[in-house]
Design a binder for this molecule. Sequence first.
Ligand SMILES: Cc1ncc(C[n+]2csc(CCOP(=O)(O)OP(=O)(O)O)c2C)c(N)n1
Ligand SMILES: [Mg+2]
Length: 545
Amino acid sequence: MKGADLLVSALENEGVTQIFGVPGEENLDVVEALRRSSIKLVLTRHEQAAGFMAATHGRLTGKPGVCLSTLGPGALNFTTAAAYALLGAMPMVMITGQKGILTHKQARFQVVDTVSTMTPLTKMTRQIVSPATIPSVVREAFRVAQQERPGPVNLELPEDIAGSEAPEIAPIPRHPIDIPVAHHAALDRAAELIASAKRPLIMLGAAASRPHLADALTDFVRRVRIPFFNTQMGKGAVAGGSGLYMGTAALSERDYVHDAVDRADLIIAIGHDTVEKPPFLMGPHGPTVLHVGFLPATVEEVFFPHAEVVGDVGSSLKLLADRLEGKLSNAGALLSLREHILKHIEDRATESRYPLTPQRIVHDVRQVMPKDGIVCLDNGMYKIWFARNYRTGVANTLLLDNALATMGAGLPSAMMAAMLNPQARVMAVCGDGGFMMNSQELETAVRLRLNLVVLILQDNAYGMIRWKQEVDHFPDFGMSFGNPDFVTYARAYGAKGSRVESADGLVSALEAAFAGGGVHLVSVPIDYSENMRVLVEELRSHQVA
Ligand SMILES: Cc1ncc(C[n+]2csc(CCOP(=O)(O)OP(=O)(O)O)c2C)c(N)n1
Ligand SMILES: [Mg+2]
């Protein structure tokens, strides 16, 4: 038995069934151990995509996704994915190679200090220095990656440690861990605050979207009957149909949802993670804010809660609802604003303009996606429109990154969602800029025989930055590019491709793409003049009455 075999049996012990990555010669013992294991090696065409896939596995299942790379250049290609998982709180284990550490037969060829590089990008980074430590190091890696706040861990396995004779050591068994529930004094204090509020409002943040929390959150909202809004990454955390949804804070202020936020005298912020672009800005005269989280709040210039309920969120909320249910006469005070807010958001959603407006695209995508369909966004201007306008009824059915907000993750995250949910409709929505950052993974998606629709919003530009340039009164400069013919491009990968050529053509193109199965790319031209009209001019003149 070699070090690599110990590593792979430790991964099997963790329940790992697949590893994403690009091997190098330093990983060959690990690759051989994988070949003889129950774990599937899924090759990608760039390590960044493997990292985004592993992180998304963690995000959607709560169990760390695993990715593999060689030393130096391969490991460095994981850095953006590490940051994506770190900021986005996604459990992931990255296994990277290294030259031998006992002798230096190739001097410093390809050697980069990956441990130092990864340290600020991970919760834990370790170089494995002896085979005997592998079972405990792997167990610790998975525990650290998975614990609140979840995130990435990097294990560097040098070539000679992987290849050296290892003692037969049994993997360390796993056991369930239940984390503490909030102290009764904190719950009493919080209940008192909520009971005395005149206009309470719940906000669901990124940590509210942890898998398995949806039922507890839905119960809480239904029992206390306080209306709620969410941050971009908190979208869908409460099951649809409650009649209490007030909107999504895609902007930090002055959007229609802020009509409710600005009037609230108490905001119950559940699972807010300040990595997100602020959903509202606290100042000297704002509402009282109660933080409910797995961990204490982080205090920022724009977020400094006045009280905290810290502990397992689901169980703590149940105890809070036990104290409050049926006793809140002001629970629905802000509900009268709901209709007005949602009506504004739906404005022009069916307008027949070509190129299509962002509102129309969001509307049409919602039409073809069943309730449990999953839309995965890349990063660009349309993210604001989807966050604001796309209604979700099921947790984690609109996956977006409002933390690192990196371009290039849309396609890989959708591929992972499609692998985990083979029965569901899954769609990647990408700008023409972000799509091209990892478009090579179309080959991976075709090879894996995924059912996946990739919708490309074509404006031949880095539209989001072009918009900000205009808002800040800079001349239009340096943001436009050309594109390949996306239909031909898709076909070259063995995928299917189609182009939307009229305002009413999007729904039928998407329906046909899903019906046909396989990987299907649909390109649609987008009219971004709505950005200025709505997000600047209309909202500037929209005054809180
Ligand atoms: C890796 C990375 N590079 C640059 C940026 C800055 N950035 C944010 S949005 C954007 C433009 C995105 O263009 P595209 O994908 O075409 O979407 P659009 O806004 O045009 O719809 C850029 C360059 C980023 N977020 N991530
Ligand atoms: Mg673009």
